[in-house]
Every structure is written in C-alpha cells, then in structure tokens.
Ligand binder design. Sequence first.
Ligand code: ARG
Length: 457
Amino acid sequence: MEKMWAGRTAGVTDRIADDFNSSIRFDCKLYKEDITGSMAHAAMLRAKGILSQKEAEQLIDGLQGLLEDLESGTLEFDFGCEDIHMFVEQVLTQRLGDVGRKLHTARSRNDQVALDLRMYLRSQIEEISALVKDVLRAITQQAEKNKGVIMPGYTHLQRAQPILFSHHLMAYAMMLLRDLDRLADCRKRMNLSPIGCCALAGTTYDTDRRFEAARLGFDGVTLNSIDGVSDRDFCLELMSCLSILMMHLSRFSEELVLWSSWEFQFIELSDAYTTGSSIMPQKKNPDMAELVRGKTGRVYGDLMGLLTTLKGLPLAYNKDMQEDKEAVFDAVDTVKMCLTVFAPMLATMAVKPENMKKAAQAGFINATDLADYLVKKGMPFRSAYKISGQIVAKCIEKGCVLETLPLSEYRAFSELFGEDLYAELDLNACVEKRVSEGGTSLSSVEAQIAYVKERLA
Ligand code: ARG
C-alpha cells in the first residue's frame, strides 16, 4: 500500500525495510492515548476555528468509534502499518473519507508520540504506585504480626547486634516509601504536554496548546518545541526510579532466599510461591524471590540501553528514538510483574521466631551492650571496648557465652562488674534499650509502623 507520506518519494519501500522501520508491534500499546490525544487535538482545532464544528464532531465521533471497536475486538491492528499513529489515521480516513485527512493539521508524529508516551507512562506510574502500596501493606502486616520477634542484625553478614525482625522489615518499608515519592516526583516533571511542538519548530497555525494540555489532564506545556519533541528524559527518569525500586526488591529477595535456606531457617515461604526440583525431592526453591532479583538486572539494562541510545543524538527527533518504547515498556511491565508476585509472597511468608532467637543467642551479639555497661559505670568507651573484646575471647576459649560466664571471671577483668550485668546482657533488654529515634526498640518500631500506615491511608 502507498504510504501516507508518499509525495516526495513514491512512498514504496522495500518489505524488509518496512518491517525494520515499523514500530506498531510494540507501540500499539499506546492506542488509547493516541486516540484520546487526537480527540483533544480535533477539539482544539475546532475551538480555534481551524476546523468547522461538523468536521470536529465527525472526527471525534470517528475516533470514539475506533476506540470502542479496538476495545471490543471488532477492529484489529494492522501490523502492516508503520506505527500506531499511522494506523489510527488510516482507519479514520478509511471510515470518514477526506475529513480524516484534516486531523493531522498543526501537529506531527514527533509531538504526537511524545504526548502518547507521557500519557501512557503517567498512568503506569499510578498502577506501579498502587502495587508498591500493596507490598508496603504486606510488610507492615508482617511487622505487626511479628512485633516481638528478635533476630540477629548483621553487618558484613556477621552477627552484629540483636534487633526486632519487625525493625528489619520496616527498613524496607522506608525504602519503598521513598520509591513512591520518587515516582510521584517523576510524574510531576512528566506531566507537561508536548503536543503543539509539531515537528520541531512549532506551527504557523493559531493553535492553543494549553487548551489541549488541560483537556488531557496535563499540568502545563513544555516550553521549548525542540525540547518537547526530542528529549526522553521522562522515560529515563522513570526507569531510574524503577531501577532503584528493583534494587530494593532485589536486596529484599536476596534476604528471603538466604533466610529460607536450610542454614538459616528464619522464614518459610508459602508453597504457592516456591517450586520443587525435578530431581531432588527435598527441595523447596524460592524461585519467585530469585526471579525478582534476576529481573533487576533486566530493568537496569533497559535504563542503560536507552541512555546509550540517546547520548549522541543531535536535536531534534531522530528515528533512533523509536527504541525508547520497548525499553521503557519492558521496564514497566517487569516491575509490575515483580510487585504483583512480591506482595502475596511476603504476606503468606511464615516466620520462625525460635530459629531467629537461637541465632541471636550465639555469636556474642550483645558484646556492644557489655561495653556500654562498663561505660555507664564510668569507664571510657575505648577501654570498655577492649576489655569486652578480651572477655569474648575468654568465652570462646572456655566454650561459653557472655550470659553464662561467671561473675568472678568478669571481675578479673574489671571491678566495675556486678550482678546487674546479666540483666543488661539479656537480648530483650538489648533491644528495648535502643530507644533512640528510629532505633530497634518496640516503641520505635511501633512508631514506624504507625507512620507507614498513615502514609498508606
Ligand atoms: N514510530 C515513531 C517513534 O516511535 C513515531 C515518530 C515518527 N516520526 C518521524 N518523524 N518518523 O518514534
């Protein structure tokens, strides 16, 4: 078929070149935005007297019919078309005749595609944010359910200090809240309309860009027509936010994998979110968590790919930019899948408090509290630190722990030790003493839970 842009050339391209050039296989995702954007464009052309009332009505009705037919399945995409914009215009023209050819007045596919993409991605931000909130709800539920559970906190993956399991969970809640904030912030910059920038330089028609922007729910318009059609920083910014979000999910996933290992046994994932091995009958594999961790690399790849595509492009539009869509769609779809499986996987996870407690009781996790005890009795921290280290070495030599080393042995290191030491070394006490704001004491964790719940309300 002759191309819509036939004129300068015969508009007949090689089949292989056609396939190579075409984007409709993936930009058909933008059909709704393309059609609603076009309806607003027709309305604007009418409001400015560029189209007659009748022409605008015909176009808008035609577009509405096209949308309905696509959604009901009576109209199918023609994958022979170059892209979604050409497809919509082509069907409209087939249905309406000449008036269909008037729709593209005072616009270009360059501003059209930028418009469609901004509209599509801003609604994806809403969907992703809702899914992040589902994960946040699962986290706070588990934190509330397991409020008093003590586990070892780690640094360098070495047992460090006792903490509440719920405190550890709430750390992820804080990260995800920031992810929500980042997405909202990204949406703000994304939500400016590029339509009316036209090919690159604006237009000679007396248009009203703000009329169109307001109809389509934008907060304003892009202020430079070249910028409006040639930057894809809104895609990059979204993918950066998504990469950080995935990094958080990936770290969490790594811990779920570790915690559900036979060595840790801190948690058990529900059967519904694990798989078996085809050969080893004893296996219960945390595939979903591993896949979330794995797909993080994929989302980073989408970001790096588009950054690289854009880095050498002269202004304004270049066809290279058609590569933006597969990258950003893949990142969005991947993140949505991960969040969708992550929330119920977390919500159904069983926690094993005895195993966490047992792990917390070994490894001299209360050695800091031992040093703090001496400091409270008047010893400088550095000296207390050294003596505590020597006492740990003593315990290792004797095969006991701090709680079971007799007072007489303690007093050989310092006269400051008294009977009250043992209460200080108790794990519950170690946790409860950490009352600094944001610390691991129960009251602090409760405050964190309340804060997150308030943000979710
Ligand atoms: N399919 C194109 C894209 O995704 C639409 C814009 C085409 N503009 C052009 N001047 N060829 O980028």
